[in-house]
Write a protein of this length. Sequence first.
Length: 256
Amino acid sequence: MRKYLAILKYSLKTQFTFIFDYLFSLFSFTIHVLVFNELWDYILQGKSVVGFTKSELIWYIIITECVTYSSQSAYKKIGEMVKQGDIANMLIKPVDVINYFLAENSAIIIKGVINMIWAIVLGITLAGPIEVTTQSIIFTLISIIIGIVIGCLLQIFCGIISFFLEENQSFWLVLQKLSFFVVFTPLEFYPKFLQNILYFLPTTQTVYAPAKIFTKFDLSLVINMLTTQCIIAIIFYLVIRIMYKKGVEKINVNGG
C-alpha cells in the first residue's frame, strides 16, 4: 500500500507543476458555466423544466463540469506505453500495473476538491445559494470521488485498448461524446427509453450521479445511485484486469 501512496504523492506534485495550465482550465470551466447561465436564463425565463429550476440547472452544470475538468488524458500516456513497448518494463517492477495506473490518476481527486471550491463560489455568484444539508454535501462529495474513480477507470480502459487496436483516440472521443449527453442537461430531459439506456453507462454515472444528488437530494435516490456507481466501478475494474491479462499474454506470445 505504501508504494501506491508514494505514486499518488508523486503524481499529486506533477498535477500542479504547470500551474498556468491549471488556471486556464478553471477559466475555461468558468466560461462554460457563464454561457449556460445565459442560455438557461433566456430559455426558461423564470419557469422550470422537468422539475428543474434555472438555479438547479446551473448548479447541475457546475457539478458535472467540476468532475469533467478534474480528469486528465491518462489514456494517451498508457496508449503510448503500450505501443512503444514501455509497458513491458512495468511487468518486471514490484507493482501491480493496473493499481499503479489507478494510484497515479487518483491524484486528480485533490484537483477535484479544489475545483469544487471554485465551483461553489461560481454557483453562489451566478445561481444563488441552493438548499443543502450536511447529508447532501457529504453524499455529493462521496459520489464525486466515486465518479472521478470511474473516470480514471475509463481512461485506463481506453489506454489498455491499445493492446488490441492501433489507435485509441477515436474510442476515447466516442466515450467523451457519450458523457456530453448528461454533462449539460440532466437525464430527465431525454425520452424514457433513452434514459434507461444512458443511466447504466459509466460515462453517465461519472457526472450525472453527483449532480443529481446535489440538486435533488433524496436518501432513497442516494442509496440507489451510490450503489449503481459502486457496481459499475467494480465491474469496470474487473473488465480492465481481464483485458490487461489478455494484452500481456499477447505481448508474451509476440516476444515483446
